[in-house]
Design a protein around this ligand. Structure first.
Ligand SMILES: [Zn+2]
Length: 453
């Protein structure tokens, strides 16, 4: 298997620490608002990566943290007049709900910052003892980037570049502008006692401390969205390597950015789309397939056209299975599985994998019923991507309707009576009327079924 390693900038043969086992840490969410489609992209991509490891019989240990102590949470909790942990609890529940709607599987561990303050303090203490952390005049505790020679190796920036490019207000307590906070001596909102006074952790230290706790000082894959590469992941590497003198994660993976109709998504541009909003319109598997049609490292432009295209592709799979009344016993087509695995083993090339499945179904559509067993491997692969998990009937009816379901049924009955009475004009009118509401009728062996167009 080959994976692009952000640390070396190269596609490399993946060599896990333990044969057939993989340890993965992905930076999770800061729960202070509903999750948006940018989050959906990142976590669907990593979900598919983890699923593929399992598909190829790896034993996976997948850790995804929750940053439940953070300035944004503290600010929002103040606005809402509730405690920091109550606010994060509320949005953690929302996040779990949205992830489950999107078919994102649970990680093996989901550690929260607020439960790991001791581990965080121990790591900062170890950095201080080794001379990598300092504090002046009871200030915050900082990491001293000049003490760590390899600082900037992940993001390919030298310390000189960092000082001139980062317009940080000069903090007189810092040795270097790029020094970052390990412990904030700030008691606003939420705080814990520490050797440096009451306060809370800086952002980056949590992931170094929690990944090491659950996966060890050296593990296989660390990942997240590209926006985390600098400074978050750069700082994580610095902290972990200096505290343990070990190599930390060997492969770093980053998912590409998401834009909305070629604009950056932001609250100020009012183009901020939540997962809940998009799931009102599109089936979760359509959203998933939309993301898988772009390679996980490439930028993706979110658009309704893109979603509709994904729906067309997925419709075709559901239709093919729906039309052929296939038995539950499937045999496997090893050549399809081999082609699929080859595509995915090349840095998780999902667009290529989907193309293989599309051309396979194209061939199956032309074949006789004798080959129905071949659907078995196709179903197995689609399922391993988190697709084709729904009943076709539910799939085609998914989403908000402009018309009540019982009204649709009444119109179908009326149309059937009209057809019995050879009043084809009326039957056609009813079909047209439903079509205007986004409902398409299909006449199958004496039964009429409807689906959303
Ligand atoms: Zn992190």
């Amino acid at each position: 298997m080959k994976i692009f390693n952000s640390l070396t900038g190269k596609k490399e043969t993946f060599k896990p620490k333990v044969k057939n086992q993989v340890s993965i840490y992905i930076c999770g969410l800061t729960p202070y608002d509903d999750i948006h489609i940018g989050h959906a992209r990142t976590f669907i991509n990593f979900d598919v990566i983890v699923r593929f490891f399992k598909f190829t019989k790896y034993k996976v240990n997948y850790v995804r943290n929750i940053t439940d102590v953070d300035d944004k949470i503290i600010l929002r909790a103040k606005e809402d007049g509730i405690s920091v942990l109550d606010l994060s609890k509320k949005y953690i529940e929302e996040m779990h709900h949205d992830f489950s709607s999107l078919g994102i599987e649970d990680p093996d561990q989901e550690p929260k910052v607020s439960d790991h303050i001791n581990e965080i303090i121990a790591m900062i203490k170890s950095l201080e003892d080794k001379g990598y952390a300092y504090t002046k005049n009871d200030s915050d505790v900082y990491f001293d980037v000049q003490k760590y020679d390899d600082y900037g190796s992940l993001s390919n920036r030298s310390l000189d570049q960092i000082s001139s490019s980062e317009r940080i207000i000069k903090d007189l307590n810092k040795n270097h502008e790029a020094d970052f906070v390990l412990w904030k001596t700030n008691t606003d909102g939420i705080s814990w006692p520490s050797p440096w006074g009451e306060g809370r952790p800086g952002w980056h230290i949590e992931c170094s401390a929690m990944s090491i706790k659950y996966l060890g000082e050296e593990f296989d894959i660390h990942g997240g969205g590209l926006d985390l590469k600098f400074p978050h992941h750069e700082n994580e590497i610095a902290q972990a390597k200096c505290a343990t003198q070990k190599n930390f994660a060997s492969t770093w993976m980053h998912t590409g950015p998401l834009r909305i109709e070629d604009e950056k998504m932001s609250k100020s541009l009012k183009n901020f789309i939540t997962v809940k909003e998009i799931l009102n319109k599109f089936h979760p598997e359509v959203v998933r397939l939309f993301f898988l049609l772009t390679h996980y490292r490439n930028p993706i432009s979110y658009s309704n056209d893109g979603l509709s295209n994904a729906k067309k592709i997925l419709d075709r799979f559901y239709l093919a299975f729906n039309k052929k009344n296939i038995s539950k016993e499937f045999s496997e087509d090893n050549s399809l599985i081999k082609d699929y695995e080859l595509a995915m083993k090349d840095d998780f090339n999902t667009p290529k994998a989907i193309k293989i499945l599309q051309s396979y179904i194209g061939n199956l559509e032309k074949t006789s019923d004798d080959n129905l067993n071949k659907f078995g491997s196709l179903k197995k692969i689609l399922n391993s991507l988190g697709l084709f998990k729904d009943e076709p009937e539910n799939y085609f009816k998914y989403g908000d309707l402009d018309i009540q379901e019982n009204e649709i049924e009444l119109l179908i009955n009326e149309r059937n009576r009209a057809r019995e009475n050879k009043d084809f004009g009326l039957a056609d009118d009813i079909r047209t009327k439903l079509k205007a509401k986004g409902i398409v009728l299909e006449d199958l062996e004496g039964k009429t079924v409807w689906k959303k167009s």
